[in-house]
Design a protein around this ligand. Structure first.
Ligand SMILES: Nc1ncnc2c1ncn2[C@@H]1O[C@H](COP(=O)(O)OP(=O)(O)OP(=O)(O)O)[C@@H](O)[C@H]1O
Ligand SMILES: [Mg+2]
Length: 247
């Protein structure tokens, strides 16, 4: 199993949109677990479910197993561990290695080809638990000045976790999102990220597509919609590019 963590501490950078579209695209041909580790529960909503008020993925920090929280989704091959809507990370002082431990004890890798983790825009113990099990980290970012700064901050955070916690993160990639080729700042910002981290780390951008927002309202992931849209194609290409890099 490969675990792909979608993360950026900057809010509104299409982490959830990326997690949902990647998970659903992969689930066409693979067995996929989507863990919603953001109490907002937007990834759960994106696959036709909702955050829960009891249990949920966050309940592993309260002594529960991960698999008791699994629920089916709109796709046969896609299992969801929904978010716990009110989990308060600050009430729990010792959360080290909990997810890693659950993965090992429950042999999660035997049941899924891919695990996608959607994370909240905060640098807290839940994010650290996610990075600790990551094989791959994808950092979606909106290509403007603060977006570029946030990428640098996130890369440093990933580096810190991998040295402190012996995490075996093998790939880190940056995904420009909500890209508009007619906006000069977008192109310049992508070039800045390229020059800081290398061209090989950048994925082809995801363009702006209102259908990507609307999928959350319908609870039907865009990959299942009949009409092909630009956003659908962009995420499909991203998925292909990602698999080529990590396989
Ligand atoms: N390519 C896109 N085109 C148009 N709208 C988009 C695109 N990507 C994301 N959005 C919209 O932008 C908003 C933020 O996206 P999303 O919720 O995925 O970001 P996030 O990083 O998960 O946010 P948060 O930090 O709150 O978790 C949403 O309303 C989403 O529908
Ligand atoms: Mg989100």
């Amino acid at each position: 199993m490969k675990t792909i963590v979608i993360s950026n501490r900057k809010g509104g950078s299409a982490k959830t949109t990326t997690a949902v579209n990647l998970a659903t695209e992969l689930a066409k041909n693979h067995s996929v677990l989507l863990i919603d580790f953001d109490t907002q529960g937007h990834a759960s909503i994106g696959v036709g479910s909702a955050p829960v008020e009891e249990g949920g993925a966050h309940s592993i920090f309260l002594g529960h197993t991960l698999s008791e929280n699994f629920i089916p989704t709109v796709l046969n091959n896609l299992t969801l561990a929904p978010a716990h809507a009110f989990f308060d990370v600050y009430e729990h002082s010792s959360l080290r290695g909990v997810l890693k431990n659950r993965f090992q004890k429950e042999m999660i890798a035997d049941f899924f080809d891919y695990c996608i983790i959607d994370t909240a825009p905060t640098f807290d113990a839940v994010l650290k638990n996610s990075l600790e099990v990551a094989d791959v980290v994808v950092i979606p970012f909106v290509p403007h000045h603060l977006g570029v700064i946030a990428v640098g901050q996130m890369v440093r955070a990933v580096y810190q976790i991998s040295t402190q916690m012996n995490a075996e993160i093998k790939h880190v990639g940056m995904l420009p999102v909500m890209y508009n080729p007619h906006i000069e700042e977008h192109k310049a910002s992508i070039l800045k990220v390229q020059s800081s981290f290398g061209k090989a780390k950048l994925f082809k951008p995801i363009g702006t597509d209102i259908k990507l927002s609307q999928q959350f309202e319908s609870g039907e992931p865009i990959v299942l919609m009949e009409k092909r849209t630009k956003g659908m194609k962009d995420y499909k290409d991203f998925c292909t590019e990602l698999l080529l890099r990590i396989e």
